[in-house]
Design a protein around this ligand. Structure first.
Ligand SMILES: [Zn+2]
Length: 247
């Protein structure tokens, strides 16, 4: 089968056998792909290690295997490595790479995810508000995945209301009449809803203009995003109480 030549962002790397690595890539042409890149862990390798380091934007050829065999990655070259200015940005970037690895199905093309990821890497390599970029990324990612988040009306009856609750399971706001549809619903304030709407609308590349959001509101938005993601994760443990769990 002819290889697919594509740009990709390296999401994860595991050493494999003596000299190879297994990579999880988010590719522009074919979505998430896991595959083996052979012979790169030898001294004479002409491929610099940054090429297969999580976070790198590369160009590569992918040989897709039909059976359970591993896909093959070949002739990778580095296009850009998003160097993070500090540890906080690096943590946010790693978390984002892991979220994409965890929540996207294999071999399902979605260029919106590829571009969101690439733009987020660029923004994080320059910005000083990595927490805001992280939650803005989550809101946009959740939207692309189709998990929500409905922020302008009740997700069940579609009516507008003066006050709402929030359901991670249903992916958005629920009104008082529909609250029995999710026993794990939580409170949400108008102020938080408005900030979430703004973040969701704003392109990730513009988000560095937001200099600060009060910490308590940031925590809440992060929480609402996480309970929405968690409902779809199929992971039993509550990984989001300590996000390092998925690193
Ligand atoms: Zn309702």
């Amino acid at each position: 089968m002819a290889p697919i030549k594509t740009k990709a962002i390296v999401l994860k790397k595991h050493n494999f056998r003596e000299t190879s690595v297994i990579l999880s890539l988010y590719t522009e042409e074919t979505g998430k792909i896991k595959g083996v890149l052979k012979g790169v862990r030898i001294e004479k390798s002409k491929i610099p290690p940054l090429t297969f380091t999580p976070g790198a934007l590369i160009s590569a050829s992918i040989y897709i295997k039909r059976t359970s065999e591993l896909n093959l990655i070949s002739s990778p070259s580095i296009l850009k490595f998003y160097e993070m200015p500090c540890k906080k940005n690096l943590m946010a970037w790693r978390l984002i790479l892991n979220l994409v690895d965890l929540f996207t199905p294999e071999k399902e093309i979605d260029r919106d995810i590829f571009h969101l990821l690439k733009n987020t890497g660029e923004v994080l390599s320059k910005c000083s508000n990595s927490e805001i970029i992280l939650i803005a990324f989550k809101l946009k990612f959740i939207k692309i995945l189709g998990y929500g988040i409905e922020l302008s009306r009740c997700v069940v009856c579609r009516n507008k209301s003066h006050t709402y609750l929030f359901s991670g399971k249903l992916g958005g706001l629920i009104c008082n009449n529909c609250k029995s549809r999710d026993i794990k619903r939580v409170n949400i304030s108008k102020r938080v809803i408005n900030i979430m709407k703004q973040l969701e609308k704003m392109e990730i590349k513009r988000c560095p203009v937001i200099k600060s959001i009060p910490v308590d509101i940031m925590h809440k938005i992060n929480f609402y995003s996480n309970i929405t993601l968690n409902y779809h994760s199929g992971i039993d443990k509550i990984w989001w109480t300590d996000e390092k769990n998925i690193l």
